[in-house]
Design a protein around this ligand. Structure first.
Ligand SMILES: Cc1cc2nc3c(=O)[nH]c(=O)nc-3n(C[C@H](O)[C@H](O)[C@H](O)COP(=O)(O)OP(=O)(O)OC[C@H]3O[C@@H](n4cnc5c(N)ncnc54)[C@H](O)[C@@H]3O)c2cc1C
Length: 345
């Protein structure tokens, strides 16, 4: 179980999240960030390592190597087949105490948020949640974790000076996805969980499948609507455009607050961070809390009746007009192109 490194190795850990044997891509985004941090921290001694828990998930470790993990600590146990806070938090905390990583990054997913806070509590360290930037403070040589505060109007950089590991969560799509290596080898360290099923009071009795996952964060095309729609009746129009483009529906927060649509569609600071190839914002003013979630899009098309709307500052292309005139026209042009109608092309 002892990894072949010098005791001086400065470990940067990434939690490799998986469910039902499928790794969450935020794990790879975090491995990319961890490699940058390792270079900034101590190129000679800092080492990027993954922590993987589950049952029969060893193959995921191979993927982690391709995304830059030099070593993966694997706890493979039937007790870990389904995520439950107690055995996962106990298992990871055990590893933290044994190997004493300096930095520990976790995806700010539903699972990751639940787990990271439990680990931080168990090992009595600080946790900076929902970071948008991670660097090494050059003077102090420790993690500088930046996140929005005061309703997104200020960015705060938080240092954890006394406790270890320095923990941070980052939402999916906030960090760029690194290119995986075609082939890579790493060291696999098997670690026992040491907890029997009888010790876990929470049981999964049955699984009630939810609706199909929307996967807004990883969509290539998003057609998003805002309060400019005037009411929920406008949403099917945007859904039609999204469908024509093979995309999904996004919204600004007031639509969720008003109960027009479920929160899984919300883009922004308190919603999802997205990086689509095309983001169409219709009737969205472009408040900073919305922009922080979508400004990483490759191409932004904004449709707004107010030429002064801030959304135009981040848009690659802007159409000043009533969305109820512009969107139907876009739908018919897209459909005509798909139907091979020459005179439209
Ligand atoms: C702590 C905090 C967190 C927040 N988190 C989020 C978040 O995650 N996501 C988010 O989106 N917001 C968030 N907000 C809210 C944010 O500040 C804005 O209030 C919100 O984004 C505004 O939504 P909107 O652009 O749809 O509405 P508005 O600001 O009301 O804009 C509507 C726009 O529609 C245009 N319009 C009107 N009619 C038409 C028409 N017929 N055709 C075309 N254009 C038209 C108007 O010119 C206007 O620009 C947060 C706020 C706080 C304080």
């Amino acid at each position: 179980m002892t990894p072949q490194t010098t005791p001086q190795a400065r470990r940067i850990w990434v939690f490799i999240e998986q469910e039902d044997g499928a790794p969450h891509p935020v794990s790879w985004e975090l491995l990319g960030a961890a490699q940058r941090l390792a270079a900034e921290l101590d190129a000679g001694h800092a080492v990027v390592e993954g922590v993987l828990l589950g049952h029969q998930v060893e193959a995921i470790a191979q993927e982690a190597f391709r995304y830059g993990a030099r070593r993966v600590y694997l706890m493979d146990d039937p007790v870990l087949a389904v995520y439950r806070n107690l055995p996962y938090a106990a298992g990871v905390s055990q590893l933290v105490q044994s190997y004493q990583p300096e930095i520990f990054l976790v995806g700010a997913t539903t699972l990751g948020r639940d787990l990271a806070s439990a680990i931080a509590t168990r090992v009595q360290t600080g946790l900076t949640a929902d970071c948008t930037e991670l660097t090494i403070d050059p003077k102090q040589g420790i993690l500088a974790a930046t996140r929005p505060t005061f309703g997104g109007n200020l960015m705060a950089t938080i240092l954890c000076r006394q406790r270890r590991p320095q923990m941070a969560t980052v939402r999916p799509r906030v960090l760029p996805m690194p290119e995986p290596l075609a082939e890579a080898a790493g060291e696999l360290i098997h670690a026992p969980l040491g907890m029997a099923e009888e010790e876990v009071p929470v049981k999964r009795l049955r699984l009630i499948p939810g609706q199909q996952q929307l996967n807004l964060e990883y969509a290539d095309v998003i057609v998003a609507g805002g309060r400019g729609l005037g009411g929920p009746d406008g949403l099917p129009l945007l859904e039609e455009l999204a469908q024509a483009l093979g995309g999904v529906l996004g919204v600004s927060r007031p639509l969720v607050d008003a109960g027009w649509v479920s929160a899984e569609h919300q883009v922004g600071q308190t919603g999802k961070t997205v990086r689509p190839k095309l983001y169409i914002a219709a009737g969205i003013s472009g408040a900073v809390q919305h922009r922080v979630g979508m400004s990483g899009a490759d191409f932004i098309l904004a449709i707004n009746s107010d030429p002064q709307a801030p959304i135009f500052q981040v848009a690659n292309l802007g159409i000043v007009g009533d969305l109820y005139q512009v969107v139907p026209e876009l739908i018919s042009q897209v459909r005509a192109l798909q139907g091979g109608d020459d005179h439209v092309r």
